[in-house]
Design a protein around this ligand. Sequence first.
Ligand code: NAD
Ligand code: LMR
Length: 338
Amino acid sequence: HPSNLQMEGSSGLRRADCRAKGGAPGFKVAILGAAGGIGQPLALLMKMNPLVSVLHLYDVVNAPGVTADVSHMDTGAVVRGFLGQPQLENALTGMDLVIIPAGVPRKPGMTRDDLFKINAGIVRTLAEGIAKCCPNAIVNLISNPVNSTVPIAAEVFKKAGTFDPKKLLGVTTLDVVRANTFVAEVLGVDPREVSVPVVGGHAGVTILPLLSQVNPPCSFTPEEINALTDRIQNGGTEVVEAKAGAGSATLSMAYAAAKFAAACLRGMRGDAGIVECSFVTSQVTELPFFATKVRLGRTGVEEIFPLGPLNEYERNGLEKAKKELAGSIQKGVSFIRN
Ligand code: NAD
Ligand code: LMR
């Protein structure tokens, strides 16, 4: 018997099962869309996270192969695979954190909103499963368009009576990861030493890097600000075009998702001072959802930070971002309400 490979329906109690049931320290994490371009490397990275005791890998295709593969890694998490809709409930039951990279990616020429038609329905189905099977789980939503899929999940949870705004987080970490990288390139420093807040949402002009608030403090010429803002806002498109029809960012995204999930897990464990940017239910602007820095704790989002002082360039960017965001949020809300 493989020591910790289980697909739904496999028989026999394994010792690994006892280990998981015996309350091995750590959290139970599910990845929905685990066989995809993001899902596979994300499964690898989550299997390496020492805070994960159980890792559930769900997809509508190829989950057994990915599960067999990842389960051979000699790290602590017990891995179980789940294939297809009939196994969704077992994939979700008991989970503390659910990460969702399920859905179709862009091809050149498409906007993220062009994915709405297919991904809205996928996210609705998965959110319904979460409401039923693990309503207290923290949800990290990656599927695009994030500006609409987060409102969709919120509406599904509200309908089910399970909505906790602290536990629904749209993943915008890749925007921060890119901003850190591109700003470090311009400054000629190590990207690990740079921290750029990116607020708003996750598409085009809604991605608003606050270059006046970079840590450590630094200054840029107007040309540098234009070029950096443009590259950060279009980082996704840069990858989509380079991949030339083979999809969008998967490896940098898996890295970003693993980084964000690790921060959520540290917060859930009770670590102090865990701060990340995320697209969440918010009162920072007049919009119902907005990405800003948030503090992560035992129950999810425990504090939402204000935008801080913006310069004129950023204030103009904020107005553009809010205009587009309002429409994308409304589109998601209407998808469930109407
Ligand atoms: P992919 O096509 O390689 O993988 C998607 C996976 O989802 C596939 O394995 C597919 O079988 C699975 N899937 C489809 N329907 C499903 C369902 N109903 N239940 C469970 N799984 C289902 O795509 P990818 O490159 O991994 O991208 C996935 C999504 O993430 C896309 O929508 C993409 O736009 C988005 N994305 C978001 C960010 C971000 O920063 N938030 C970054 C990159 C990509
Ligand atoms: C990204 O920012 O890389 C993702 O949102 C994928 C995309 O479509 O650009």
